[in-house]
Write a protein that binds this ligand. Structure first.
Ligand code: PNS
Length: 164
């Protein structure tokens, strides 16, 4: 049987409702979706450890029958090949995401011409949501409860002093 497995890679520090929205959309069009957290991110010191992020995503995606969560390091194309995945799923929120995403997709195509990148757009209500903004706003006492899953709000409260 012909089945399509896709990887949804990212830093997910932390998971947002925008990520979850994309997971929901992606899981409807591929047979298996693997959410893959990059272990050796170059984005500086993360707020949540990789196991914490893995736990939060696993919990938040429990209701999807075809979504699994794992971690990877090294090249995404190598990980995708190991997994037998035909595609990478990425979200584009706004034109500002496009350049970075285009470069990554083209570099990944150069490295592995067989691997396709699928772009999907999250719901409009999440187009401005990013993990970076969530962390910054929460730290300054802002309410992010409509923008991340409840379990992420709980973890943020436990981890970050919030001025509210
Ligand atoms: O959520 P992010 O931080 O935008 O995700 C970036 C990610 C993890 C998709 C990207 O950094 C990645 O794939 N890193 C793995 C290393 C790699 O394959 N680099 C070459 C692709 S250009």
């Amino acid at each position: 049987m012909h089945t399509v497995k896709a990887i949804y890679p990212g830093t997910f520090d932390p998971l947002t409702n925008g990520h979850l929205d994309l997971i929901a959309r992606g899981s409807k069009i591929v047979d298996q979706l693997v959410v893959a957290i990059l272990r050796n991110s170059e984005k500086g010191t993360p707020l949540f450890t990789v196991p914490e992020r893995e736990e939060m995503i696993t919990e938040a995606t429990r209701s999807f029958g075809n979504v699994s969560v794992t971690t990877f390091d090294g090249l995404l194309v190598d990980f995708a090949r190991q997994q037998g995945a035909k595609a990478v799923l990425r979200g584009i929120r706004a034109i500002s995401d496009y350049e970075y995403e285009f470069q990554m997709a083209m570099m990944n195509r150069k490295l592995d011409p067989e691997l396709e990148t699928l772009f999907m757009m999250p719901a409009e209500k999440y187009t401005y949501v990013s993990s970076r903004l969530i962390k910054g706003v929460f730290q300054l006492g802002g309410d992010v409860s409509a923008l991340v899953p409840p379990l992420v709000v709980e973890r943020l409260k436990a981890k970050v002093p919030n001025r509210l």
